[in-house]
Design a protein around this ligand. Structure first.
Ligand code: 5RP
Length: 241
């Protein structure tokens, strides 16, 4: 690759990072003192987590407890000094801020690009309010347009689950880390399933879940209440009516 092309790629990555930062930091302002919060996973949610830590240090925020959605987020929160709790101690969460891989016009999502969608969904379902933070490249008119659907399966007999997903119209690919299967925080594996555009996400979600061995898929239907979108032309805070 020639150096102008490389420079353009680096600039694009830097611009997207700046948009992720704007979205994440904006949403961090929704957190109020005394709240139980869910900390999302990924390169956008981390900006919200860092901003929340900054607000704690500035004493702009007090008495919050956080439930992380992955081991990586847990490690980051510990390093940043955010007090943690668990769903065992705090089964109800006031607000969760998380990223997404795709967002459709009804605020349905594909998540799991970072492999954390199982814990993310558990935390989202326990949350009063799920705020999604994205750059505008994540907005799609139909889920499945740009992203394969991550499906977490237990390792035992996973090939049988891959065949089932294929029968539903997917092209499943085993996610790798190096030359080994990627391992989730639960010790499971992930099949990235290209379904193409998904006309009825809720129906597909039901079919996927009906199979033993499939632990969770990355379709988040009707869970997000707010989407904060950062783009070159500014920030938009979209709210579900
Ligand atoms: C991890 C996720 C992430 O929220 C999603 O992949 C978006 O990540 P990023 O903000 O890095 O683009 O679902 O499982």
């Amino acid at each position: 690759m020639n150096s102008p092309a490389l420079c353009r790629i680096i600039l694009t990555i830097m611009n997207i990072q700046a948009l992720k930062q704007q979205a994440g930091e904006y949403a961090a302002a929704f957190v109020q003192s005394g709240m139980i919060i869910g900390l999302g996973s990924g390169s956008t949610a981390i900006f919200a987590t860092r901003r929340i830590a900054q607000r704690l240090r500035d004493r702009d925020l007090r008495d919050i407890l956080a439930v992380p959605t992955s081991l990586a987020t847990e490690a980051a929160a510990i390093e940043l000094g955010i007090p943690l709790t668990t769903l065992a101690d705090q089964p109800g969460i006031d607000i969760t801020i998380d990223g997404a891989d795709e967002v459709d016009p009804n605020f349905n999502l594909i998540k799991g690009g970072g492999g954390a969608h199982l814990r993310e969904k558990i935390v989202a379902q326990a949350s009063e309010r799920l705020v999604i933070v994205v750059d505008d490249s994540k907005l799609v008119d139909q889920l499945g347009r740009t992203w394969a659907l991550p499906v977490e399966v237990i390792p035992f007999g996973w090939q049988s689950q891959a065949a089932y997903l294929e029968s539903l119209g997917a092209t499943p690919v085993l996610r790798l880390q190096g030359d080994q299967p990627y391992q989730t925080d639960q010790g499971n594996i992930i099949l990235d399933c290209d379904f193409g555009p998904i006309p009825d996400p809720a129906a597909l979600a039901r079919k996927i879940r009906s199979r033993a061995g499939i632990v969770e898929h990355g379709l988040f239907i009707g869970m997000a209440k707010d989407v904060v979108v950062a783009s070159k032309s500014g920030l938009r805070h979209l709210r579900k009516p």
